[in-house]
Write a protein that binds this ligand. Structure first.
Ligand code: ATP
Ligand code: HSE
Length: 335
């Protein structure tokens, strides 16, 4: 294998937290049968981990260095899940195994993995056909995950929200007057009404299926990425997350046509019970609160000068208020 240290230099970009030297990269790559490194460039998108587009003589790959919020103990679940789903035909990155058979190794003191490159682009403007394709892909993913043996509790479900709220409440008024009081009331309601364990079907959910994690080639969905919040939870909660992430227009209006398309194409793959449908408005509130709280936390704890721009928590305040006033499934385009 020929290595080209000079050209292997990993150039960094905005959301790359860890810089990789040529020497470290070449030692790392020598553990795989991928040929020499042609280029390695930091990817600006993404806020959680450091990602590089690494091109070797055998093609493009994604090199991910896991930063502090991704727990090392969770990595076997995420990597095992991607392998399991890919084996079942779900379009997603597959971790590469090195010459020693291992997929998870270390680079610059961080856990690091190489995964296959997924072709496609995430949609910058959401059209109804995107939502239909997403519903079908999510139903397929949920079915494919049904026999995945590993479990991982969702630490960002209802039990995880109060500690996040407590960490933010004293300064929430800086973002919006009265926000802490309103969030506390919502938290009380959700804690009291959240579906008890065993009442709704549970399985592997992606839990962060935002547009930037769903790739399309033309009008065809080519795959899903970023499984680093995936967990074992109520399946229909994944749909609730996507109602929020995909079905609101930039002006804040909810688009019931997009919601109907997403839900109906999901149901063609995996039918939803009456109980699951009935839970949807409450789960959508919960999902809105979850992203509101994580964004609020990130905004309030944003180091000055950090290059990642925090996302707007108030976008999710507006979404939460929409679901609070929903009186039936008609709001989501269903009868
Ligand atoms: N397997 C892949 N194939 C092609 N591109 C990828 C792949 N994985 C990641 N990328 C690219 O890297 C970017 C960031 O990846 P990812 O979303 O996993 O990062 P992250 O830091 O976990 O971000 P976040 O959690 O904020 O979405 C993606 O938007 C995409 O451009
Ligand atoms: N998708 C999340 C951030 C990354 O997990 C959000 O938009 O708040």
């Amino acid at each position: 294998m020929t290595l080209e240290p000079k050209r292997a230099s990993c150039r960094t970009a905005m959301a790359v937290y860890t810089e990789v030297s040529d020497e470290d990269l070449n030692t790392f790559i020598a553990q795989y049968a991928l040929g020499g490194v042609l280029s390695c460039k930091g990817i600006a998108e993404g806020v959680e981990n450091s990602n590089y587009l690494l091109v070797t003589e055998t093609g493009p790959y994604i090199l991910t260095l896991y930063e502090k919020r991704t727990r090392r103990d969770d990595l076997p679940f995420f990597l095992g899940l991607m392998e399991h789903l890919a084996e079942k035909g779900v379009g997603c990155p597959v971790p590469l195994h090195g010459n020693d058979g291992e997929a998870l190794r270390e680079l610059c003191g961080r856990p690091a993995v190489l995964v296959t490159f997924l072709n496609g682009m995430w949609p910058r403007r959401i059209d109804p056909y995107h939502c239909a394709a997403l519903g079908e892909a999510m139903g397929t993913m949920h079915k494919a995950g049904a026999d995945f043996a590993m479990k991982r509790p969702n630490d960002l479900s209802v039990a995880g929200w109060r500690p996040l709220f407590d960490a933010c409440s004293a300064r929430a008024h800086e973002v919006r007057p009265g926000l802490a009081e309103a969030l506390e009331r919502e938290l009380d309601t959700l804690e009291a009404r959240w579906p008890a364990e065993g009442t709704l079907p549970v399985g592997v959910i992606h839990a962060d299926l935002f547009p930037d994690n769903v790739f399309f080639r033309g009008r065809t969905l080519s795959g899903l990425i970023d499984f680093y919040f995936a967990c074992t939870d109520v399946l229909v909660y994944d749909l609730a997350i996507c109602l929020n992430a995909w079905c609101f227009e930039p002006d804040g209006a909810f688009n019931a046509t997009k919601a109907r398309l997403m839900l109906s194409s999901y149901r063609k793959v995996r039918p939803l019970s009456d109980e699951e449908l009935a839970a949807l408005p409450l789960l959508a509130r919960g999902s809105a609160l979850r992203f509101l709280l994580t964004r609020l936390y990130d905004l309030l704890n944003h180091p000055p000068g950090a290059f990642v721009k925090p996302k707007n928590p108030l976008e999710y305040w507006n979404k939460l208020r929409f679901h609070q006033q929903v009186s039936g499934l008609g709001a989501y385009g269903l009868e």
